[in-house]
Design a protein. Structure first.
Length: 137
């Protein structure tokens, strides 16, 4: 079968032009039908079908937008609360670091000899925290 079609093309080059014209008419007809009621009438039942499909798609997109807006509205208070919590933690960490620095400087000025506490890496801290949380549950 494909060899039969390939044999038709050299003897009938207008077939390629016809296919191109049909593709362009379909593309333009679909766009015109989706945009204009009159354009849909020009293309008859096919134009009506294209127009109805476009209207269904617009309705589906509108419903998706409403759903996304609802989701964003539902997340907004949580995001605000988390933002405030992070700001609180950042403020405390800055205060705590300053306090420890000042305490160390005061201790040095008083001649205190203190052994620093053992420092844990982030990995160790995370591992210990997960273990502690697991024991609480």
């Amino acid at each position: 079968m494909p060899t039969d079609i390939a044999a038709l093309i050299p003897s009938n080059p207008w077939l390629i032009g016809l296919v191109i014209v049909l593709v362009v008419v379909r593309y333009v007809g679909q766009i015109v039908s989706e945009v204009s009621e009159t354009g849909a009438k020009i293309f008859g039942p096919l134009g009506k079908r294209w127009r109805e499909r476009a209207e269904r798609e617009r309705a589906r997109e509108a419903a998706d937008i409403v759903d996304l807006k609802r989701q964003v509205d539902a997340l907004e208070p949580r995001v605000k609360a988390l933002t405030e919590k992070v700001a609180l933690y950042e403020g405390y960490l800055e205060y705590d670091a300053t306090w420890h620095r000042d305490d160390s400087l005061y201790g040095i000025s008083q001649g205190w000899v203190r052994r620093p506490p053992q420092h844990r890496s982030l990995y160790e801290f995370t591992r210990d925290r997960e273990r502690d949380l697991g024991q609480q549950n």
